[in-house]
Write a protein that binds this ligand. Sequence first.
Ligand code: ZN
Length: 280
Amino acid sequence: MSEPVHYEVEGAVAWVTLHRPEYRNAQNVAMLRALDEAYMRAMGDDAVKVIVLRGEGKHFSAGHDIGTPGRDIDKAFDRLATGWYPHANKPGAEAAYVREADAYLGLCRKWRELPKPTIAMVHGACIAGGLMLAWSCDLIVASDDAFFADPVVRMGIPGVEFFAHAHALGPRKAKEFLFLGGRMSAADAAAAGMINRVVPRDELEAAVRDWASRIAEMPRFGLALTKQAINFAEDRMGLRDTMDAVYGMHHLAHAHNTLASEDYIGGQDVSSMKKSLEDK
Ligand code: ZN
């Protein structure tokens, strides 16, 4: 089996690549674990100053795995980000609450707070769980063919677990993004302030490389403190508290779905979600 995340270091830059291109880099826990290991490797290597996260194949990431043969939601795993106890043998709403607190919300929060600068290099689809990987990076550079969507309201759920929507887009645009659930172009995402830069597809890597090498000239500790300072400001603006509150709503929605239809994602699957994005 091929590794779900590839890792290479070039000079001061670690290139971390999501590598399930046959499934549009859909995220199972095996991939998230490998991504965490890659980030930890970059933190432990003094030669690495900046980390780039990108996706192999046609898309950055189509989101959490809701239907590939490697889907592993019922599988027990060692805790990745938090002290939560194992989820897999728990009844009712507990299993999903515990699993997502660790593997989804917990990991993305951990990655947002990594002490080295991270750049998401986004092309193609960046959907739902894909947003979480991009948003937990410091900078987002996208190609002009990139598009963004959080269609999980269709599942009856108020957005993905790492609820940064109102901060990433501003409240008005965040409502448009969630209520309509359709695609947002890279140009519109840049205009809303959600991403830093849009460049032509064939210039994406060079643009990211240029920023990464310029950032790498800054002192390591200065970068770490600057990142902490901005994250601190963002948390004082309410990001962390909002995520805590909305995580409860998110799991009310999962539990409601399970009570009402016995399916925690409201009867949606890969093809219905994919179709909902193609129609618009
Ligand atoms: Zn969820």
